[in-house]
Design a protein around this ligand. Structure first.
Ligand code: SAM
Ligand code: SF4
Length: 339
């Protein structure tokens, strides 16, 4: 007998975690080539493999009916996706209805100045912008693109449009380790929260990530030698833990999937730009939602596929600290799943 969908109900995994946060990658393409994220000669997916904006809207909306209250659009570089503002505008109906509490964006900021006002008009209230260095040469080396000026203009435009900006910085042993306190001070002086991220072994890149891996436990110890860090209870349903720095007055997050994992409280799932649902950033288990979408599946059938995925959400990821010469733990790049 065919299984019957029981209609909208919350997404609860076998470990009792309620999934209310979805990250949707709207493109795998990018206008930068950050060394830790992708190869200089990155091969992008054929366009026909990417979900259309209408398919993304439908999928996101099904998740909203299942109790997802936080939706983040990411990539690749989401602002590179043609007509992406149409998707923001369309999804904003869920903000107006109250079903969605938050619609957010993670961007490299290069095109942010063009879109900041439209994002605010669509109901986006806060965004994450990745900035790995405030030094023009270092930024250009890490991102393989001399775009720091454009990113800073984008951040200024976003703040002017009333968006709250959080800065994301990947900690890199060779490229920005010594600069991290300056970036923190800069962000906090402008009233922006900031998060530090450990490099994760996702997808092949041109260098050995071991050379650049910097444990945030070590960074934290270093910061504590001259600043007063107070742990905060704030949680975002992911592998991030926050402190307040007395001297700067700002909040600093540590995203430490490797040196520490916080999978117990994970309430996230990720959808790739090709419609594959990943239950965990660090595991291969996935469910394809594009095939049912493209073969005319009803919402009930999509819900059944989503139920199967939630039932298979792993307890935790299997990342291990990097071993010199080892390939990536997972072949898929962060730009496919979305950071
Ligand atoms: N292009 C946008 C950006 O850079 O913000 C959004 C997508 S990017 C994949 C999202 C976040 O993932 C960025 O903050 C980026 O620094 C981070 N990231 C990418 N590859 C990573 C890796 N291998 N390890 C840790 N963080 C990574
Ligand atoms: Fe592009 Fe973001 Fe990856 Fe950098 S981290 S290459 S900006 S997707």
């Amino acid at each position: 007998m065919p299984l019957k969908s029981q209609g909208p109900r919350p997404l609860i995994d076998p470990f009792g975690r309620v999934i209310d946060y979805v990250r949707l990658s709207v493109t795998d393409r990018c206008n930068l080539r950050c060394t830790y994220c992708m190869s200089e000669r990155m091969q992008f997916l054929p366009r026909k493999d990417l979900l259309t904006l209408e398919e993304m809207d439908r999928l996101a909306s099904v998740f909203v009916t299942r109790g997802v209250t936080h939706l983040r659009l990411t990539g690749g570089e989401p602002l590179m996706r043609r007509c992406v503002m149409d998707l923001f505008k369309s999804l904003s109906r869920h903000l107006r209805s109250g079903s969605l509490k938050e619609l957010t964006l993670t961007t490299n900021g290069v095109r942010l100045a063009e879109f900041a006002e439209d994002l605010a008009a669509a109901g986006v209230r806060r965004i994450n912008v990745s900035v790995d260095s405030l030094d023009r040469a270092a930024f250009a080396r890490i991102a393989r693109g001399d775009r720091l000026g454009r990113v800073l203009d984008g951040i200024a435009a976003a703040r002017k449009a009333g968006l709250r900006v959080k800065i994301n910085t990947v900690a890199l042993r060779n490229d920005n380790a010594r600069e991290l306190p300056d970036i923190i001070r800069w962000a906090h002086e402008l009233g922006m929260d900031m998060s530090l991220i450990e490099t994760m072994p996702l997808g092949a890149v041109d260098e050995d990530r071991t050379d650049q891996f910097l444990s945030l436990a070590a960074v934290k110890r270093d910061l504590q030698s001259y600043w007063t860090l107070t742990e905060l209870p704030d949680r975002t349903g992911g592998p991030s833990r926050y402190v307040r720095i007395a001297e700067t007055g700002g909040r600093l997050g540590f995203i430490t999937p490797l040196s520490h994992n916080f999978c117990d409280s994970c309430r996230r799932m990720r959808i790739t730009c090709t419609g594959t649902l990943f239950m965990c950033l660090g595991q291969e288990d996935s469910v394809d939602l594009r095939a049912p979408l493209r073969s005319g599946a009803s919402d009930g059938e999509l819900n059944l596929a989503i139920d199967r995925a939630v039932a298979a959400k792993p307890k935790s990821h299997d990342f291990v600290l990097p071993v010199r010469g080892a390939g990536p733990a997972l072949a898929r790049h962060m730009s496919i799943t979305g950071g």
